[in-house]
Design a protein around this ligand. Structure first.
Ligand SMILES: [Zn+2]
Length: 243
């Protein structure tokens, strides 16, 4: 069976609910201000206190971590992430571990940051410590999802991707969920597809980003699910970036 997911769009940021063998896994948690918009689809999919097993963070930015502490308290879920971004979530400081001046940033992104306060002062977000540190190559089968962790730094030091790498757990699909292919990548903010597929507007470390891109070649990834924008096919993007 394929894995079943729900894409939960929260005002420009996507979270992904994956049906696990015995419960659910949530990828990213959105802004705290969008909590109601996140909770409704979780409930509709049958995700209730007790059966959300794991929250996997693609990275530590404020628009991805805002409901982690809340959901952990409500569901008893574990929070898992790469150690490279732990300083961000423990201090609520999005500049933690990053270069002061990003290697590449679009003018549009500067405006978004100014409006949303993305690199807000410490204290603007519910801080927390993760329960689990994820390493490259680690697999999530213990949590009922056949997926592996890829370390994909560039946007931040601890950015990771979650690559669905095998058959899904069950056939009892609730109506709100949709299938993903067995080679689907949840890429966080490595790529985005708001206007068209491409790198995220902010690349903090360009050599890291390029190395991450190289890492994806040859992995036979089909569909990419970015945290901002619509899913797209990876093949076309990698070919474009080769020239
Ligand atoms: Zn983001």
């Amino acid at each position: 069976m394929p894995h079943d997911i729900e894409i939960i769009g929260l005002g420009g940021v996507n979270c992904f609910l994956i049906k696990a063998r015995d419960g659910f896994i949530l990828i990213d948690s959105g802004f705290a201000a969008k909590r109601g918009q996140l909770e409704r689809p979780l409930e509709a999919a049958g995700c209730r206190p007790g059966n959300l097993k794991l929250i996997v963070l693609t990275h530590g930015d404020i628009d991805h971590i805002g409901n982690c502490a809340y959901l952990r308290a409500k569901h008893g879920a574990k929070i898992a992430m790469h150690r490279g971004d732990v300083g961000m979530v423990e201090r609520g400081d999005m500049s933690s571990g990053r270069k002061t001046k990003p290697d590449r940033i679009s003018p549009l992104f500067r405006i978004v940051v100014a409006i949303t306060g993305l690199f807000a002062r410490p204290g603007a977000v519910d801080v927390f410590s993760p329960d689990m540190i994820l390493e490259a190559g680690e697999d999530l089968s213990e949590y009922g999802v056949v997926a592996v962790i890829l370390h994909l730094p560039g946007h931040s030091k601890g950015s990771i991707g979650i690559l669905v790498s095998g058959e899904g757990p069950s056939a009892d699909r609730s109506a709100s969920l949709r299938e993903v292919s067995n080679r689907a990548l949840f890429c966080g903010d490595l790529f985005m597809n708001v206007i068209r597929p491409g790198p995220h507007f902010m690349i903090n470390d360009l050599p890291d980003f390029n190395a991450s891109l190289e890492r994806l070649r040859g992995l036979e990834i089909e569909t990419v699910y970015p945290a901002h924008g619509r899913p797209f096919l990876l093949r076309s993007l990698l070919m474009e970036n080769r020239s």
